[in-house]
Design a binder for this molecule. Structure first.
Ligand code: SF4
Length: 479
């Protein structure tokens, strides 16, 4: 039996890197999810000088350097600070776990809200008790693509007076706080976060794990509807004092009644894909979210020649080449830049590229918990993954890099004769399965994975529906 994977319970940052099999993982949180072209070029250089020469895009819209020797960490921090990519301290960095909608338009209030939230978080010492992974998302309402991004509190731009109305939704709750302006939205979000931080303190004092916001949604909902029960057993860990500190104009509304700001313009749905975003720029993807630093630098130089003004880092392992908000023509320039990338194998610019249908965790040798390398196998299998399907390759049962179920998930397992792959259909890497395949079989015939899948689902013979008659249906042919 394979050992249970160790769960860290926190994400690396720049101040607090994570030790891995190939050195330190240093995660950079670009301010407001945005890099100037100069900052992007510096990151490429720093990855080559201090790291393993690769940049990774995380699902929290961060850029990650791997393979940093511990003795180089201090120098790396100084370089990050010099180009404006380092928070004042580890605390500020940890609290600023905010995913900003990369599809936002200039002047739509998204950036302004993000800035106000960052400042408020930095000035709120009472939030130190929040769990290390506590995070936020700010959604401009231009797509459904942020719905799958983990966030304890979501701020959704909503219709209302001007462009500044927001809904503030705690994860898992069927209710959201409606705020008419940015100031109230930040105040409401902070009130929720403070309540949760106080709850964490109480839970820890009782020797219990505080969990995440979604885990206490029932408790919060019960307290909202039955505030008189505040001292009852069911809500004993819930203080409702924060409710009285909410701004006067903020009110609870049913979350399913929240309409995004772009109701008049259908939001982009489905999976995030490389595309031209009119008036904003061009989305390009990195295979498995990883790019050699040199290819990253070449992309930035090509983008600069095409008039791109900056890079928005997305939580979808893509980069948005920002080309201005004044005209669709600005997006066209970005499209040309995408098409002309000098190292195109390292970037995905077409939505039908099969590499978009695979994901993989770090695997061996980068991760000490991995039972096998993962990334090469995922890319080998990619051309055999049919449109609409997804293959995830995981080095162990922890399932980093993809929490959602995949059409097929492969999980490496250690055996006495070397690693073997557990095949999980319509599930995650942590699930139980009886089906296992040797790597040699997968390498020789990667199409087998999905051929078997289609046999077991789409083409499985079904018994004819009973008519209640012992005779075959009239249209049935005799055997
Ligand atoms: S899922 Fe992959 S990256 Fe995560 S711990 Fe397991 S082997 Fe390492």
């Amino acid at each position: 039996m394979n050992p249970t994977p160790h769960i860290q319970g926190w994400c690396p940052g720049a101040w607090q890197p994570m030790a891995s099999g190939d050195g330190l993982v240093v995660r950079v949180r670009p301010p407001l999810g945005w890099l100037t072209l100069h900052q992007a070029l510096r990151l490429s250089r720093l990855a080559q000088v201090h790291g393993a020469g690769t940049l990774e895009l995380s699902s929290r819209a961060n850029v990650q350097l791997r393979g940093v020797p511990p003795e180089r960490h201090a120098a790396l921090l100084r370089s990050l600070a010099a180009c404006g990519l380092l928070d004042a301290d580890a605390r500020s960095e940890r609290l600023r776990n905010v995913v900003v909608d990369p599809l936002h338009r200039l002047g739509d209030g998204v950036q302004a809200l993000a800035l106000a939230l960052h400042q408020a978080l930095a000035q709120s010492p009472e939030l130190d008790a929040l769990p290390a992974k506590f995070g936020w998302s700010i959604d401009g309402g231009y797509s459904t693509w942020l719905h799958g991004v983990s966030a304890d509190i979501r701020l959704l731009r909503a219709p209302g007076p001007g462009t500044t109305a927001w809904c503030v939704q705690p994860d898992g709750l069927r209710w959201a706080l409606a705020a008419n302006n940015q100031q109230d939205a930040v105040a409401a979000g902070l009130a929720l976060a403070r309540w949760f931080a106080q709850r964490c303190v109480r839970q820890k004092a009782l020797g219990q794990r505080p969990g995440r916001m979604a885990a206490c949604a029932k408790e919060l909902e019960s307290a909202l509807h039955h505030p008189a029960d505040e001292n009852s057993t069911a809500t004993s860990s819930t203080s409702l004092e924060w409710l009285t500190s909410l701004p006067a104009g903020v009110a609870w509304v049913p979350a399913d009644g929240v309409v995004s700001a772009q109701a008049s313009e259908p939001p982009l749905e489905g999976d995030a894909l490389p595309c031209l975003v009119p008036g904003v720029g061009t989305l390009v993807a990195a295979p498995l979210g990883r790019v050699p630093a040199q290819a990253w630098a070449e992309m930035v130089c090509a983008a600069r020649r095409s008039g791109v003004t900056g890079l928005r880092i997305t939580p979808w392992r893509m980069v948005l080449l920002e080309s201005g908000s004044d005209a669709v023509g600005g997006g066209r320039q970005g499209c040309d830049a995408a098409a002309g990338l000098p190292s195109s194998p390292h970037w995905i610019t077409h939505p039908d590229d099969p590499r978009l249908r695979v994901s993989a965790c770090t695997g061996a040798p980068g991760c000490p918990q991995a039972h096998a390398p993962t990334q090469a196998l995922a890319l080998t299998c990619a051309p055999h993954v049919p449109p609409g399907a997804h293959l995830h390759v995981s080095g162990c049962a922890k399932g980093c890099a993809r929490q959602a179920p995949a059409t097929v998930a492969l999980r490496a397992e250690a055996t006495e004769r070397g690693p073997i792959w557990a095949v999980i259909r319509q599930g995650t890497a942590s699930q139980v399965t009886d089906e296992r395949m040797k790597e040699a079989i997968l390498q020789d015939n990667p199409g087998l994975l999905f051929a078997k899948n289609s046999c077991s689902t789409a083409t499985k013979p079904r018994a004819p529906r009973s008519t209640g008659s012992p005779l075959p249906p009239s249209g049935a042919k005799p055997s």
